[in-house]
Design a protein around this ligand. Sequence first.
Ligand SMILES: NC(=O)c1ccc[n+]([C@@H]2O[C@H](COP(=O)([O-])OP(=O)(O)OC[C@H]3O[C@@H](n4cnc5c(N)ncnc54)[C@H](O)[C@@H]3O)[C@@H](O)[C@H]2O)c1
Length: 352
Amino acid sequence: MKGEMNMSDVRFGIIGCGNIARAHLPSLIYGKGITCTGLYDRIPEHAEKLNEEFGGEHKVFYTAEEMLNSPDIDAVIIAVPNYQHAPMFKLAAEHGKHILCEKPLTMTVEMGEQMVAWARQYNVKTQMGLCTRFEPAVDAMMDHIQAGNLGDIYFARTDVIRQRGTPSGWFGHKERSGGGPLIDIGVHYIDVCWYLMGKPKPVRVKALNYAAIANKYPKGVAIYTSYEKDDVYDVEDSSHGIITFENGAGLMYQASWAMNAEDVDDRVEIYGAKGGLVKNPAKLIREEVSGMTTASLAVSDEDCYKLQLEDFARVIRGEKESRVPVEDGLQVQRMLNALYRSAETGREVDIE
Ligand SMILES: NC(=O)c1ccc[n+]([C@@H]2O[C@H](COP(=O)([O-])OP(=O)(O)OC[C@H]3O[C@@H](n4cnc5c(N)ncnc54)[C@H](O)[C@@H]3O)[C@@H](O)[C@H]2O)c1
């Protein structure tokens, strides 16, 4: 447990005490310049259980308003199912609390635009929970990109493939999640490629989505169990596609919860005219006078959830701009929703 709270600590409340809250709470306990001053879940037992698991020292709030009116909370983490992001974001913004919103921003572009407008209207600092951008490997890759070691980046490829790993509950119900593995896990890797590519403007997408397996509970597979039960399963179990950008660059991805393939934890490959990068483990590939070389990058093992909250605290204290503004979350939302439209219509879709 962290000792005395520091006066300059940013005091976070967590809204939604399910799985991802179990990554955020230890970050708040052990991170620098951040602390947790409250837990809230619309099912009180979820907040009480989370509190017990982490020492029982945190205040449990029994309504959202009680938490949001508390002078002991500066900022909240919105860690509720996707369909609840927008209403909780609005409520928190109206109460003047800064917001870290879990990924994806929301489920539709229109709602995402509304959320960005609320953040501006209520003048609160916001950030997307796209934590992959804070992985030390990504920082090491970005250092090489910024040093010019890749030259012009023209293509990226990413795969996040689970042989079997469909989460239970609301994740599989489109009305509540917005979609399957594309919006759930593909979002992180599409975002991180786009970030490393220098955030070019997306202009066109083509996707193929399949629900060919839809076997959620095969033998011997540890299932990611959502805290919100729901038996409907009407989303894709794999998504494959390509995004093209205004500068001519392309990004090809695959994301699956169920596919008869080898598991791929996270494959990220960035190709430039002068060099290429791969992640996990991070390497730089270049042509030198001596011939082709592959150099491993030094990467620390710091936790990206902790790093993202420490960084957001600096944003709240006015020390820096956000690495992952909600405007980026909205741009990613435009790509995701266009990919879903493409899969539904079987056509390429333009992004305005
Ligand atoms: N960044 C990541 O790597 C990562 C990983 C997992 C999940 N997530 C995201 O985190 C969010 C939550 O996912 P999860 O896996 O923790 O879900 P979960 O089902 O495990 O937990 C959600 C919790 O929110 C509560 N809840 C629902 N609506 C609420 C409301 N209006 N107010 C308060 N509490 C409410 C539920 O009772 C439940 O306890 C999702 O948006 C998901 O995409 C992000």
